[in-house]
Design a protein around this ligand. Structure first.
Ligand SMILES: [Ca+2]
Ligand SMILES: [Ca+2]
Length: 376
């Protein structure tokens, strides 16, 4: 199939930016300096890239259509006429994508390109859809394809006819793509109307399954984090960008065993752990053992470890890397964080730009002080 090139604009960062500015203002009790705001916006631009790239584990963070269609590309003659943002109905947020009928069935589609997947991994695609007298042709539904469309995932389709918002899910392992990039493709119906919202594409990892299965046990422990002493290497941790070698597990931890080592950080990559349940009414203390070598003073208050809520609308105080250390030492910060739309939070680790940082035995616990470390 021939794929004409359209223009793609970047978007989907406004909410995050607002959330971050609020954070900076709060951090400085309203006395944020011009310099701070400048660096904040610089850093936010970098961090927003990572939000767009992986979101809250979602590889298509614009799949809720709250920021419109500007990252999507409509392909085919007059294709844009078939895809509109509908502000009168939504499954998540206040907007959804309405797909109008394309009776000619001439390969009109809406696409989101540049999605990085690893053909060695499995992914879960879930889409919430509803229809109104909807009828579908041969090309139908929502699916993922590789470069050149030599492979496609199963297509998710709504029930024919009229249906209310319903989630549809498929798990697939992509075949290799010549440029490692994949596209999300959405076809309109040939009759009636289709609404699409809350598209999620995420890695379907054993770690995810295990952490869900272990949910109650971990929740009962005082430490909200899993594998935070890195005894199981990167289990329960997600690295943004698969070629990212900034984050490594090495020997030499607080007791000589494994720990996390960060070098060569580009400013756009983060290591994260998701699925953390916190109560926005309570105070929490985040602590970690750290040591560093040749770190340059941080250009922002935003290097180190911090907690974000779903959508990155609220950010905890940051636990910064120590600038000069002679040996392992424990550091901590106490904070509260605003409510999260799904009740879940993520720990984000952003590395220093220059130098080397070791991290081990991270603990996130209720209360205003760090107690003895326990592992999960
Ligand atoms: Ca929405
Ligand atoms: Ca360790």
């Amino acid at each position: 199939m021939k794929l004409p090139n359209g223009q793609v604009q970047k978007t989907g960062k406004i909410d995050s930016k607002i959330g971050f500015k609020e954070y900076v203002m709060n951090m400085n009790n309203g006395a944020a300096t011009r310099k701070n705001l400048f660096w904040s916006s610089q850093l936010m631009a970098a961090l927003a890239c990572s939000v767009v790239a992986i979101g809250a584990d979602n590889l298509v963070p614009e799949g809720d259509f709250e920021s419109g269609l500007s990252v999507y590309e409509a392909q085919g003659a007059d294709a844009k006429c078939f895809f509109v943002i509908d502000e009168s109905t939504a499954n998540k947020g206040s907007k959804s994508l309405a797909c109008l009928p394309n009776e000619t069935e001439n390969k009109i589609a809406l696409r989101k390109s540049g999605i990085v997947l690893d053909s060695a991994k499995k992914y879960k695609l879930s889409v919430v859809m509803k229809g109104q007298d909807a009828d579908f042709g041969k090309m139908r539904g929502v699916l993922v394809i590789n470069e050149g469309w030599h492979w496609s995932s199963p297509a998710l389709t709504p029930a024919p006819g009229t249906s209310d918002w319903t989630e549809h899910t498929t798990i697939f392992q992509p075949k290799l793509s010549s440029n490692d990039k994949y596209q999300l493709v959405i076809f309109p119906p040939i009759k009636g109307k289709l609404w699409v919202d809350n598209i999620r594409l995420e890695e379907d990892t054993p770690a995810t399954v295990a952490s869900n299965a272990d949910g109650p046990a971990v929740a009962a422990s005082k430490n909200k984090l899993r594998n935070s002493n890195f005894a199981n290497d990167m289990k329960d941790w997600m690295i943004h960008e698969k070629l990212n070698e900034s984050f490594r597990i090495e020997a030499g931890g607080t007791k000589g065993e494994k720990c996390l080592v960060i070098t060569g950080y580009s400013g756009k990559m983060t290591l994260r752990q998701g699925n953390i349940e916190l109560n926005p009414e309570k105070q929490y203390t985040l602590s970690a053992w750290m040591k560093s070598e040749d770190l340059e003073p941080a250009s922002t208050p935003w290097k180190g470890l911090f907690i974000i809520n779903e959508g990155w609308h609220s950010i905890s105080k940051c636990l910064p890397p120590p600038e000069k250390t002679s040996d392992w030492q424990r550091y901590s910060v106490t904070f509260t964080i605003k409510a999260s739309s799904n009740g879940k939070y993520q720990l984000v680790i952003a590395g220093p730009e220059k130098g080397k940082l070791w991290i081990d035995s991270i603990q996130l616990e209720e209360g205003t002080g760090a107690s003895d470390y326990v592992s999960n």
